[in-house]
Design a protein around this ligand. Structure first.
Ligand SMILES: C[S@@+](CC[C@H](N)C(=O)[O-])C[C@H]1O[C@@H](n2cnc3c(N)ncnc32)[C@H](O)[C@@H]1O
Ligand SMILES: [Zn+2]
Length: 158
């Protein structure tokens, strides 16, 4: 089986049998997502679901969300042209916090010619562990302090 086929199969399996995950308060920030089952390294954990919008629309929305006091960003950049906005429409994937030493990684995959954001287990994950990935936010002047608590924390999200 080719790589594309196996990714597609894994994605179908993820949709058919969702991983057992719950949201709860997080020491990192507000709410976080936690595994309720053991997840082997390399497996898909959850899709980051939201509304697919153009980058220009996302820039406008980001400013608007800041203005109305939505402090958390649920905007996930897919590529130069598109962003997934999970602010109003999304799944539990939107509650995953950033860590500088994460147990997951976010990847863009293509399924039926559509780009999807999938969170993969980077390490094996134990039940009760908080799910995290590295947001890889671009560097900005207005810094967001990182509260991931890792000994190798970079200090800022961006
Ligand atoms: C997609 S949300 C994650 C879920 C969020 N904890 C919540 O309750 O809505 C992303 C936002 O969470 C916060 N966040 C996530 N990881 C963080 C970290 N390591 N340090 C500080 N804030 C973090 C930031 O405000 C970021 O914009
Ligand atoms: Zn950190």
């Amino acid at each position: 089986m080719g790589d594309t086929q196996s990714t597609q199969l894994q994605f179908n399996q993820l949709r058919a049998r969702k991983k057992q995950l719950i949201f709860a308060r997080s020491p990192i920030h507000d709410w976080g997502l936690y595994a309720m089952e053991a997840i082997p390294q390399g497996e898909m954990v959850i899709e980051y679901v939201g509304e697919v919008i153009r980058a220009q629309v996302a820039d406008k929305r980001e400013k608007w969300y800041e203005k109305i006091g939505i402090g958390s960003s649920y905007l996930f950049r897919v590529d130069e042209d598109s962003v997934v906005d999970a602010t109003k429409r999304g799944n539990l994937g939107r509650l995953i916090n950033h860590s500088c030493t994460p147990n997951c990684t976010a990847k863009i995959i293509v399924v039926n010619s559509q780009k999807k954001i999938v969170i993969y287990a980077k390490t094996s994950i134990e039940p009760g562990e908080e799910i995290t990935y590295d947001y890889h936010f671009p560097l900005e002047q207005e810094k967001i302090p990182c509260l991931c608590g890792s000994p190798r924390c970079r200090g800022f999200l961006n």
